[in-house]
Structure formats: C-alpha cells, structure tokens
Write a protein that binds this ligand. Sequence first.
Ligand SMILES: [Zn+2]
Length: 71
Amino acid sequence: MTEQRSDERLPNPNGCRWCGVDKQRHHQRWAPEVRWHGWAEPTGEQRKHRMLARRARRQAPGSGATDRLAS
Ligand SMILES: [Zn+2]
C-alpha cells in the first residue's frame, strides 16, 4: 500500500535537495540525512522525480476529479 493522500503537499521541483523547502523560505533547516543545513540545489534527477510525482498526483485516477459522490 503506497497510496498517498491527495492533500499531502509535494515538494517544489526546485526545493532543497534535502528537505524540499523553497529557497526563499528555507534559511536553516533540519533534515535526517544532513541535520542542520542551508538550502542546497536539487539534482536533476530529483527535479525530474518531483515533477513526475506532481503530474501523477494531478492525473491519479479516483483522486476526486471524476468521482464526486455526494454523501
Ligand atoms: Zn533543506
């Protein structure tokens, strides 16, 4: 079961490579891998994965776009 909730926020494709936070509001952050760190440029691979994840999220079947059931 790897299904994620649709309201979960995905990181910006250009967000920090360690934590996904935008550069403008990053400052010092803590991440498990690197602990305290400044914003770091994401790798091309990370950008690609994030963009694909966003697209998949938007086009995910059953995410509410087509099956709006009034309860
Ligand atoms: Zn970070």
